[in-house]
Design a protein around this ligand. Sequence first.
Ligand code: UDP
Ligand code: MG
Length: 364
Amino acid sequence: MPELTVVVPTYNEAPNVAALLRRVDGALVGRVDYEVVVVDDNSPDGTADVVRSVQGEYPVRVVVRKDERGLASAVIEGFRQAKGEVVGAIDADLQHPPEKLPELLQKVREGADIVVASRYESGGAIEGWTLGRKVVSRGARLLAYVFAPSSRRSRDPLSGFFLLRRSAIEGVDLRPVGYKILLEILVRGHVGRVASVPFSFADREAGQSKYGVREQVNYLRHLARLMPADKGLRRFLKFCLVGGSGVLVNMGLLWLLTEVAGLFYLVSSAVAVECAILNNFLWNDVWTFRDRRAAGWRARLGRFARFNVFVLAGLGINVAFLWLFTERLGVYYLLSNLIGIAAATMWNFLVNSRWTWGAGPPRP
Ligand code: UDP
Ligand code: MG
């Protein structure tokens, strides 16, 4: 059994694929027990025949798909056919340097579940792209970071060059549309540690890119499909719902204590705010972050103390934004307050998910 299976998706790559196989072999032969699976989308230019003609020289198989097309699904097909415990993808057009494969593999051996060859790391680069394509790429990454927050674990979640432990996708139903298979795996896979290796994305050697408007539309469809599956996004929505429940508790108690119990309304408010904080803490502890909490009352009290401090700071942020937008920028005060609430919510989520429920259960 080979340790590593490298999957190469191809469509009309006859002028490139032999050189790619030679370079992959040059990087791995004698060092790593590997195989290559070329998944060809029935290229009319004879790509599959070129691969067959070098089968005596390298450990390579070719799978020709006749009834499906597309980069991401091709890679999944390759993973399905892979024999290695470590699997990975690399483009056929020599834009991804195969010489990086040993370094990527080393990181998996050291414990990473996924290793991304990254263009957006110090030491990484992109050669030959127009400004337009660079902007599209950055914009696409930003969209992923917002709508599929699990992708934030890599600086280059849209890279097409990566290795992973097969266990990260075992039993996972992957169904991407378009190009971005790594994004699909980061969101849906069982991904513990993510590592990266910088690389320089080269100019295409020969042939033509198949990337275009169609793939941009596919990307948006893909993101829309991933959103409900993204654990990070779901957690944020739960956190917002809990925040909404806190507003109800706050308003209800303010009214009850003032009207029914006859307290001065500012005194009622202080009690109501603290009760709302307690309400939010409990829901977040048993629901939003239930997978991340350490057991025991002492730990829970510690989390409650931290939550209090962060949320009160969030209140400060809310008021600061209200003041800034109203006084300095002339925005209508109710609108300023909405901006303040949004800023405070982001703050509360970020700091509490990092420091209140961040460390996870302590390990023995
Ligand atoms: N590819 C594929 N099926 C497709 C489109 C592309 O197998 O439907 C392969 C292509 O042959 C190449 C890789 O995916 O090996 C990346 O495609 P391309 O170079 O066209 O994209 P770009 O690098 O311009 O983003
Ligand atoms: Mg390319």
